[in-house]
Design a protein around this ligand. Structure first.
Ligand code: VG1
Ligand code: CO
Length: 544
């Protein structure tokens, strides 16, 4: 075998964050940088000889080069087979689906999700385990530990594999199968949703939708599903060709970065339904005609209507949401008589609950929703879920959400992000907050009285593992909350996230602007954390 053993030295900064290792492309392009991390993954795994690995990415700059390196390293390390998406393309949910369908040992996904792409922008890599989900913390910690002492890696000397042609190629003892990026995923979607009914809706002449793939990975999936399979007119999917730099944009489906779509849905002659997804296809934003659905509400609405959808008609075993996500889903769970689990931020914490059958639907406030059909959040799945509900209920997005509020009350919600803050200042802000925590209970801020103040710690109900320091929570006696945490996905300085939530049972007060409804809490957050003073910013970079 043409294996080369390459001596190397550790890099100190290969600690995976909320979702894998994310760095600027030039960092990944340093000699041995990617190789060290990939070998650290392999060194942290056991008994994969001869087994199957899934590899694919969101198509961003450096995707193809990284895949060639990974294929040659997989060969040299003894994997038997690699399934790789055509052109190196697999959305994160599609990769999860493929790992599960073919019972692979695991998978490597190349993405920095919604972070911009290009020669000077971001790249990312993460490892998923055999259930199709992100590696749990004990695995990511083992990978990081290994990366700090690694002194060699193994790679095959071979020509590059042709990634654009479907078929099977041999890299010595490794079989590389280039698979259709879309087919397995589309088949899974068809098994969950009522495609006939959605087809009727989309061809009825009474309903128009617009899907914005933001030049990122979901383009081919959205074309195949909405236009080819479900009958929507061509042109329904915009920005549907994945580009290595995502067209210079920021493929983050929110009101700020998906502004073209927002203008369409809030403009004249607006369509009935709009959706966008992120770089790697796991996030979604749902819009109605002149209406925005917050992700937390979206999860709650999907849960409340799940029985209308074939894949979930027998009901839900439970719901899980990340801690900063609003408590709207908790109200649905209470009414359904099922559990609502509260986990730390990041999809890896849902895996055990899904595997154990404790939760069927999961979601995060950061535009992520998903279910037990895979082990990642899933953008187009959420879009199809909404379309299925609309096709059955024959109501507008706005009517569905407003009726939901009438039934359950409205959880006003907003997240304020302060991006690229100086890391030391961000650390000071969090330290100051920590020092306030022991004395906050019972304190009064205007009409709000602090009920509890802590740093969220999670004990996994399945394996008992404990994850500490997952975000500072300040809860008030009326159920309102302010949560502060630092992002674990950024690549520049620190990003402070402030999550704000209040509950409004009164129907007459359901149509306020969330920034107004949350105005007092926004002021309290600044008073407590001295955000403006410490960040030097007088307003958030992004409000969602
Ligand atoms: C963010 C979100 C989190 C999400 C993570 C990965 O993490 O807040 O909810 O799971 O991104 O999503 P952080 O640590 O920056 O807050 V993705 O679509 O970037 O894979
Ligand atoms: Co993503």
């Amino acid at each position: 075998m043409n294996t080369r053993i390459v001596p190397t030295q550790p890099f100190a900064d290969q600690k995976p964050g909320t979702s894998g290792l994310r760095k600027k492309v030039p960092v990944f392009q340093q000699p041995h940088y990617l190789e060290n991390f990939v070998q650290s993954i392999f060194d942290s795994l056991e008994s994969f000889q001869g087994k199957t690995l899934v590899v694919g990415g969101d198509g961003r700059y450096y995707n193809r080069q990284a895949i060639q390196i990974i294929l040659k390293m997989a060969a040299a390390n003894g994997f038997g087979r690699v399934l790789v998406g055509q052109g190196g393309i697999l959305s994160t949910p599609a990769a999860s689906a493929v790992i599960r369908k073919y019972q692979a040992f695991g998978g490597i996904i190349l993405s920095a999700s919604h972070n911009p792409a290009g020669p000077h922008e971001d790249f990312g890599i993460k490892y998923n385990i055999s259930n199709g989900g992100p590696a749990p913390e004990k695995v990511t910690e083992a990978i990081f530990a290994r990366s700090k002492v690694i002194d060699q890696y193994k790679i095959l000397d071979a020509a590059d594999v042709e990634l654009d042609k479907l078929g099977t190629f041999q890299l010595e003892t490794l079989t590389v199968e280039v698979i259709d990026s879309v087919a397995d995923y589309a088949e899974l979607m068809e098994s969950l949703f009522d495609f006939d009914r959605i087809h009727q809706l989309l061809t009825s002449g009474q309903f128009r939708m617009c899907m914005d793939s933001l030049h990122a990975v979901t383009g081919p999936y959205a074309h195949a599903l909405f236009e080819q399979r479900l009958g929507a007119p061509s042109g329904t999917v915009q920005n549907g060709i994945p580009l290595e730099d995502f067209g210079g944009g920021h493929p983050d489906p929110n009101l700020v970065y998906a502004h073209d779509l927002v203008e369409i849905l809030f403009g004249e002659n607006a369509p009935d339904f709009g959706a966008a997804s992120d770089g790697d296809g796991d996030r979604n934003m749902i819009l109605g005609n002149h209406f925005f659905v917050t992700p937390s509400d979206s999860l709650a609405v999907l849960a409340a209507n799940a029985k209308l959808v074939p894949g979930y008609q027998s009901g839900l075993s439970g719901i899980a949401r990340s801690m900063p996500t609003s408590q709207a889903p908790d109200r649905v769970a209470a009414r359904l008589g099922i559990e609502c689990y509260e986990t730390p931020t990041g999809w890896k914490f849902f895996g055990n609950l899904l595997d154990a059958g404790k939760a069927t639907l999961c979601g995060e406030e950061s535009f992520g929703t998903g279910s037990n059909h895979i082990r990642e959040k899933d953008g187009l799945w959420a879009v199809l879920f909404w379309l299925n509900i609309i096709a059955v209920r024959k109501q507008s997005v706005k009517q569905i959400v407003q009726e939901h509020w009438q039934t359950y009350g409205r959880n006003y919600y907003s997240r304020h992000d302060y991006e690229a803050v100086d890391s030391d200042r961000a650390a000071t802000l969090m330290n100051n907050l920590h020092s306030l925590l022991p004395n906050l209970k019972g304190k009064q801020f205007g009409s709000y009285e602090v009920d509890y103040a802590d740093d969220f710690s999670y004990t996994d109900p399945v394996d008992g593992s404990v994850s500490k320091n997952q975000g500072v929570r300040i809860g008030f006696t009326d159920g309102s909350r302010i949560v502060f945490r630092l992002s674990g996905t950024g690549t520049q300085g620190a990003t402070l996230r402030v999550y704000l939530e209040s509950y409004e049972p009164n129907i007459a007060k359901h149509n306020l602007d969330p920034q107004q409804a949350l105005g007092d809490l926004i002021a309290i957050a600044d008073e407590l954390a001295q955000i403006r003073t410490l960040t030097g910013m007088d307003k958030p970079t992004v409000i969602t």
